[in-house]
Design a protein around this ligand. Structure first.
Ligand code: ASP
Ligand code: MG
Length: 420
C-alpha cells in the first residue's frame, strides 16, 4: 500500500483537481490511502471566520463563511455532473455544522472554536475530490478522519493518541481494502474522545499522512507538491537553486530544525521508525523523479541554505559581573519552557549569554521581562539568521558579503550566522 498526500495547491482550481485525479488514476490498480488538504487558501479564510466569531462579530463571521461556501459550491457546480445532489447534501451538512456554532456566543477558549471551524476545510475538499473520482470511474471510499484519528484536547496543536488510532486503523480502515483499492480522507484534523474536532498545527497534513503510513505499514509515502523536488534553498530568495535527488531522514530533520519549510517537521519520525521512504514529487510534472528521503546516508550534498528572517538577538549579562553559572542558566531554561519559546541559537560567555529567537513580539516581551529579574537584558530586532549545512568557505563569503555579523556558530557540518 502507498500513502499519498496532496496539498491545497494541487486542488485550488477545477483544472488542478482534474490534474490530481489524473495522477491518482494512473495508480488505479494499487492500494492507496490518500490524504488531501483544504482547497487553496481555505484554511486561511476559515481562520478569519474563527477570529471574527471569537471577537463577537457574528455577522462578519457568517459573511466570511458565506465566501467559503460559495467557493466550494462553485467548484461543485463545475466539477461534478451526475452526483451533484449527493455532493451538495454532503457539503451542506458540513456548512451546517459550522453555522450552527457561529450562531452561538463564544464561551470557551479561542483554540477550541478555531478547531471546530477550521476543520471543515479538509472535510469539504475531500468530499468533492472523492465524489469526482467515483464519478470518473476511480472507485474510492471517503472516510471522516475524525472517527479514526484520536487526539487529546490540546486544541490547535493536538497530540495524537497512537494507541487508539492504531486500533481504529486496524478495525475500521484495513478491512475497507477488501472492497476497494482507494481510501480518501483528511489530513490536519482529528477528534477527541468527546467528538470535538481538533487540528494538529498548520501544515499538519504531511504528518497525518505519515501517521497513516506508519500504522498501515505502507511501502512508501508521497507528498505531491508544486515544486519539482526538495531544493537546497528557497527559490524565492536565491537564484541557482538545485533539486536534490536523495536525502536522508536525518538531513531532513536537520533542515526542518533550522527552519527550512520543506516538510512538516513531525512527518519524519513515523516514517523513519518503520523505514518507509518518503517521496516528494511535482503534481505539475509527475514524470519527474522528485526527491526520495530514506535511511540511506547521503553524500556530496550541495550546501543547503536556510534563511530565517525576523530574528531578535537577546543579550543577557550578569547584573553584578559574576560568572553565568548553572543556577541562572537553569532559571533561564525554565523561563524558555514556561513561555514556550525555543532559542534558535545560544552562545555562552563568561558573564553573558547571547540568544537568537524568532520575533514573536508577545513572547519576546514576556521573556525579556522574566529574564530581567536575573540578568541585564538588551534586545536587537530585525535580524536574519543564515544557516548553511555542508558549507564551503566560498558560500559563506558569498552569503555574508556586506552584512554585519553579530553571532556565529560552526560545527563540521553546519554554520549559523546571525546578521544585520
Ligand atoms: N490545510 C492546513 C493548512 O493549510 C493543513 C495542511 O495543508 O497541511 O495548514
Ligand atoms: Mg498546505
Amino acid at each position: 500500500m502507498k500513502v499519498f498526500k496532496f496539498g491545497g495547491a494541487s486542488i485550488n482550481t477545477i483544472e488542478r483537481i482534474k490534474n490530481t485525479a489524473n495522477i491518482i488514476e494512473t495508480y488505479k490498480g494499487e492500494q492507496l490511502l490518500i490524504i488531501i488538504s483544504a482547497m487553496g487558501k481555505t484554511t486561511n479564510a476559515l481562520e478569519k471566520v474563527a477570529d471574527a466569531f471569537f471577537n463577537k462579530k457574528k455577522d462578519l463571521a457568517l459573511q466570511l463563511f458565506e465566501q467559503v461556501k460559495e467557493t466550494h459550491l462553485t467548484t461543485l457546480k463545475y466539477l461534478i455532473t451526475l452526483n451533484w445532489q449527493q455532493a451538495e447534501n454532503q457539503l451542506k451538512n458540513f456548512f451546517t455544522e459550522v453555522e450552527w456554532l457561529l450562531h452561538d456566543k463564544p464561551v470557551r477558549e479561542y483554540d477550541y472554536y478555531y478547531d471546530q471551524i477550521v476543520c471543515c476545510g479538509e472535510l469539504l475538499s475531500t468530499t468533492l475530490v472523492s465524489i469526482y473520482l467515483n464519478e470518473i470511474g476511480v472507485k474510492n471510499r471517503w472516510i471522516d478522519v475524525r472517527d479514526i484519528l484520536r487526539t487529546d484536547d490540546n486544541f490547535r496543536d493536538a497530540y495524537v493518541d497512537w494507541k487508539y488510532t492504531s486500533e481504529k486503523i486496524k478495525t475500521d480502515i484495513k478491512p475497507l481494502f477488501n472492497d476497494t483499492n482507494m481510501v480518501i480522507t483528511q489530513g490536519f484534523i482529528g477528534a477527541t474522545d468527546e467528538n470535538e474536532s481538533t487540528t494538529l498545527g498548520r501544515e499538519g497534513s504531511d504528518f497525518s499522512a505519515a501517521i497513516f503510513a506508519n500504522l498501515l505499514d505502507a511501502e512508501s509515502q508521497t507528498i505531491w507538491k508544486d515544486v519539482e523536488a526538495v531544493m537546497n534553498a528557497d527559490p524565492k530568495e536565491f537564484t541557482d537553486v538545485k533539486n536534490i535527488v536523495e536525502l536522508s531522514y536525518r538531513e531532513v530533520i536537520e533542515m526542518a530544525y533550522y527552519g527550512a519549510q520543506v516538510i512538516h517537521p513531525n512527518t519524519i519520525k513515523p516514517l523513519e521508525n518503520k523505514n518507509i521512504p518518503l517521496h516528494v514529487r511535482s503534481f505539475l510534472n509527475p514524470s519527474l523523479p522528485g526527491t526520495v528521503i530514506s535511511n540511506k546516508p547521503t553524500h556530496n550534498l550541495p550546501p543547503i541554505i536556510v534563511l530565517k528572517k525576523q530574528q531578535v538577538l537577546m543579550a543577557l549579562s550578569s547584573k553584578d559581573f559574576s560568572f553565568v553559572e548553572e543556577k541562572p542558566l537553569s532559571q533561564l531554561y525554565d523561563i524558555f519552557d514556561r513561555i514556550k519559546i525555543r532559542p534558535n541559537l545560544l552562545q555562552h560567555g563568561a558573564i553573558g549569554l547571547l540568544c537568537c529567537l524568532d520575533d514573536k513580539s508577545e513572547k519576546i516581551d514576556k521573556l525579556a521581562l522574566a529574564a530581567s529579574e536575573i540578568f541585564n537584558v538588551q534586545l536587537e530586532k530585525n535580524l536574519t539568521l543564515l544557516t548553511i549545512r555542508h558549507y564551503t568557505e566560498e558560500k559563506i563569503k558569498e552569503l555574508t558579503a556586506g552584512k554585519k555579523i553579530l553571532l556565529e556558530q560552526k560545527t563540521t557540518e553546519t554554520i549559523q550566522v546571525l546578521m544585520r
